[in-house]
Design a protein around this ligand. Structure first.
Ligand code: C5P
Length: 232
């Protein structure tokens, strides 16, 4: 699996995202399209960004009964994205059904990764609201293992978990890590963060970077800095 920087395009209008991507002439960053943009503009924005030559991580986090997820993944497979995801909490049966749905008639398919526990869920809430009593790190690793057993390619996780996930699920199991900041003092709403260089040292395969690039005075320079710190 290749290592790369994925730019989270968390915008809600076509104008914003197209003008943002227009700042990268000659460069085609790997972009993440999340629920906000997808629900605002639908599959057409995915096709348009794909036609502009970008690789796409479609971050829709599916979670439903296996049959519904399978049929939805079949629809998404036609969008020709490079990576997509679901919630591991949907169980192995749901993840296996998702893989089946996502696999195109020629056998090809996007990379499929699982969300384990959302980073917004902490130990206290997991215990009191979800009635899961085990330590959250153990839950994350167990869900990652379920994803691996279902045949998925990897998980979304905090950069602080990437090493443990590789230890449990193997070096080839892909770790996609948000929570990246150049300056560890500028976390914003992210709680567990690393710099691109630290994420590289921790063995992350892909880093997802949003505001440090999208809100930078010079987004292209910020993107180049991420690439240099993470890949070189
Ligand atoms: O702006 P920032 O760099 O914090 O953006 C991170 C991106 O990664 C956002 O699109 C956010 O929704 C996503 N994400 C995350 N933590 C997760 C899963 C996804 O920050 N556990």
């Amino acid at each position: 699996m290749g290592k790369d920087v994925i730019v989270a395009c968390d915008f809600s209008s076509r104008e914003e995202v197209i003008s943002f991507l227009g700042k990268f002439p000659g460069k085609k960053p790997f972009v993440k399209i999340g629920m906000e943009l997808y629900y605002a503009l639908g599959p057409q924005i995915v096709r348009e960004i794909k036609e502009r030559g970008h690789r796409i991580f479609l971050d829709l986090k599916l979670h439903d009964i296996p049959n519904t997820v399978k049929k939805s993944m079949r629809v998404l497979s036609e969008l020709d994205v490079d990576m997509t995801n679901l919630h591991a909490a949907g169980t192995r049966a749901m993840m296996e059904a998702a893989l089946e749905g996502l696999t195109r008639p020629d056998g090809s398919r996007p990379i499929l990764i699982a969300v384990t526990q959302l980073t917004s869920t902490d130990q206290t809430r997991m215990q009191s609201e979800l009635l899961i009593d085990r330590p959250i790190d153990e839950v994350v690793l167990h869900y990652a293992e379920n994803a691996r057993l279902a045949g998925l390619d990897g998980v979304v996780c905090s950069p602080l978990e990437a090493e443990k996930v590789h230890g449990r699920c193997g070096a080839d199991f892909v770790t996609v890590t948000p929570g990246i900041r150049f300056d560890l003092g500028s976390a914003g709403d992210q709680k567990r963060i690393m710099t691109p260089a630290q994420a590289k040292a921790a063995g992350a395969d892909y880093i997802v970077v949003g505001r440090p690039i999208t809100a930078a005075a010079d987004p292209v320079q910020a993107y180049e800095r991420c690439l240099a710190e993470f890949l070189d």
